[in-house]
Write a protein that binds this ligand. Structure first.
Ligand code: UDP
Length: 311
């Protein structure tokens, strides 16, 4: 049994991670200020003796005895982080700094939830970890992209300077039950619109691509990376290499929901990356991981979640 801190533990990914860690009997502390996380995601855990909620902002320093730290605290939806760019940048940078200090003083291993956004609008396709990316440092997505890039810098400098054991994972688009219904991500938006008989909002011409990974696969990868030997630092890409256009996604959601909704094309978002697909060769060789759940299978589970959410 380990003492594990999950920052952002009430979020979409964080709450699924807490579920697994609690079920295995670990002593789990979930740190969240509910800026983008939700109490509903973790309400079922509150009665568990090995689960503790710390309602606190990751930008404030904290002292706690831990063996492992997962840092997931940061708004991750483009709509949300563009509305709150300064809060987002601070959560990434100050949050990482605080948790790295904690890792340094306790000797804990620390995991960083980095992102495919470090590649920006990529000119190399698919993206390997060795690609340095194409990020506009002053654009509307920079608060997130540069925040996460800066966090990676801090992780590697704490490792080099203070021998902190780090695990950096670059997470590509992930979807599944407990995605926020209001933060404007494409999978949640389109499913909700289809279920409610509203037009499906396709940004631009819908030819931009993403590669969607089901949450259970992503959580498995996080756990596996944390359990690697201390030489394994990352960064390591985690995502589903099956690429699809947003138009294909919209059509699949219409088919799976049986919805009669139409597609509505709306202007493209600024700096929206046109293509995104992970090269996962490193994940395959280092943690023997590749996604097990197809887009169709994962969407069926996610549609069922939003269906009951609307009831
Ligand atoms: N998108 C869309 N309709 C929506 C929301 C998003 O067409 O209602 C597009 C968006 O422009 C982007 C892709 O879907 O090209 C993925 O957007 P999301 O916000 O889910 O995540 P991102 O990968 O951009 O971080």
């Amino acid at each position: 049994m380990k003492r594990i801190l999950v920052s952002g533990g009430a979020g979409f990914l964080g709450s699924h991670l807490c579920d697994q860690l609690v079920a295995e009997g670990n002593q789990v502390t979930c740190l969240d200020n509910f800026f983008s996380g939700s109490e509903q995601n973790i309400s079922h855990l509150l009665s568990q003796p090995n689960f503790k909620l710390l309602n606190q902002d990751v930008t404030h320093p904290l002292t706690i005895e831990v063996d492992e730290i997962y840092n997931l605290a940061c708004p991750a939806s483009p709509q949300l982080y563009q509305r709150f760019p300064i809060e987002t940048f601070k959560a990434s940078i100050l949050g990482s700094l605080n948790l790295l200090e904690l890792a340094k003083s306790t000797g804990a291993k620390i995991f960083q939830a980095s992102t495919s956004e470090v590649y920006g609008d990529p000119q190399v396709h698919p993206q390997p970890e060795s690609y340095f990316g194409n990020v506009n440092p002053i654009g509307p997505r920079a608060c997130y992209d540069e925040g996460k890039r800066g966090a990676e810098t801090l992780f590697f400098d704490y490792h080099r300077k203070h021998q902190v054991e780090i695990k950096v994972m670059r997470i590509f688009n992930t979807y599944g039950p407990r995605m926020s219904a209001t933060d404007g991500r494409v999978v949640s938006n389109l499913i909700l619109q289809a279920l409610q008989g509203r037009d499906l909002s396709v940004f631009g011409d819908g030819t931009q691509t993403r590669s969607f990974c089901f949450v259970d696969d992503t959580i498995d990868a996080m756990r596996q990376l944390m359990d690697t030997s201390k030489e394994v630092k990352g960064p390591i890409n985690i995502g589903n290499p099956t690429e699809c256009t947003i138009l294909e996604l919209a059509k699949l959601i219409l088919e799976l929901t049986g919805s009669k909704s139409k597609l509505a094309f709306v202007p493209a978002a600024e700096d929206d990356p046109l293509r995104r697909r992970p090269n996962i060769e490193l994940a395959k060789s280092i943690i023997k991981w590749e996604p097990q759940i197809s887009l169709q299978e994962g969407l069926v589970k996610t549609i069922a979640y939003f269906d009951s959410y609307l009831d």
